[in-house]
Design a protein around this ligand. Sequence first.
Ligand code: HAM
Length: 424
Amino acid sequence: MSTFQPVRGMRDILAEDAQVLNYVIAKARETAGLYGFKEVITPVVEPFELLSLKSGDEIRQRMFIFDDLGGRKVSLRPEFTASIARLVTTALRNEPKPFRVFSVGSVYRYDEPQRGRYREFWQANFELMGSSNPEADAEIILLANSLLKTAGLEGYAIKLGHVGVLKGIMSQEGIDDKTQNAILQKMDKKEYEAALALVASEKCRNVIHGLIELNGTSPFDTVQKMQKQVQDYEKATASVENLAAILKLVVESECEIQAVDPAFARGLEYYTGMIFELYVPQLEIALGGGGRYDRLIEAFGGEPTPAVGMAAGLDRIALAMQVQEIQLKTPQQKRVAVISIKDEQKGEALKIAQMLRHSGIWVEFEVMGRKMTKALEDADKRRVHYAVIIGERELKESKVVVKDLAKRTQTQVEIARLAEKIKS
Ligand code: HAM
């Protein structure tokens, strides 16, 4: 019989990669704490309706959808935002605003598998709800910046935009929501010609084309030029002002914004305001993204609640760390192999292993019944720091033999001082 492989697009994350991923998860959790976000855990399976209502075609077409045995149409979550918005209309309904919610876990999208693009991947998700002020947007951008910084990434860039600009122009020109969304989806994929082909009014086409072509010498210059480009459009003008206010706050707090993209759109449909994405020069794919979505909670039957958030793609951050050869800053754990020479001392050896574990030392107990030379060879291969050898003769004097596998030295150590000796 042939062996089983993971389903296409799914991965086994082996020890070394799992260590990096867990490191990034720890950094995300640490960042959540620093910005006052409380962690919640939501289900992987959610009602299809909830996940699809405002996410847009791009995500909807990539969802893992099935009927459960009770006949409910459900889906694996492709992101966290809908689940958190659901919470705001239910369990968190009476929470005082603002609230800040953090989640981490796997999400699922039927994307075409390639480097950095998987069908099961990990997100750290942050939502700040209850404020429509630019400082809330700024906080989310600063948080994203902190996360990449604490992961040790270098040369990363933040791209900033505002969907309110394009939406403002299109609404004033009487373009319906459905067409607006179709245009924005094409803009997201940089299919500008196809996007413009959907715009009936020539004036509107020219203004949007102008935004696509707009080139500023700096983010502030770009914003100024956007202002001129949209001056006949009231809501778009307000959106550019909002973008300018957010940009100013972020830059004043000494976080660099590399680019403002006037024609920037994102795949998700629920955005209403500022949007952003994060990149490193070595990878073309975004390491994270987010933005403001002020009407989602209302659409789910809740009180109108302004909200802004972001999700970091943890697999991609881990990949970027590997590409940039970033060393994990985790304290080196002392690892020990405990081996008894003869069967008669196995009980005593287990007792010593337990004693070491109680004092925080990681122990791999010899369970294969191998001869000493083989067991030591194996410990060496596993890059264990010390082998603790339990022999009858030494036990009589309450001692064991400790072999330093790197230095290739060996000494006798009193059992009472063993943990202390290994830790030093
Ligand atoms: P998103 O841009 O769809 O936003 O996803 C966020 C991040 O997830 C991406 O920037 C990327 O790093 C990662 N990602 C997306 N697809 C894949 C994939 N197939 N394989 C690996 N990584 C991937 C959202 O999900 C929004 N919910 C963010 C948000 C929160 N907006 C407001 N609040």
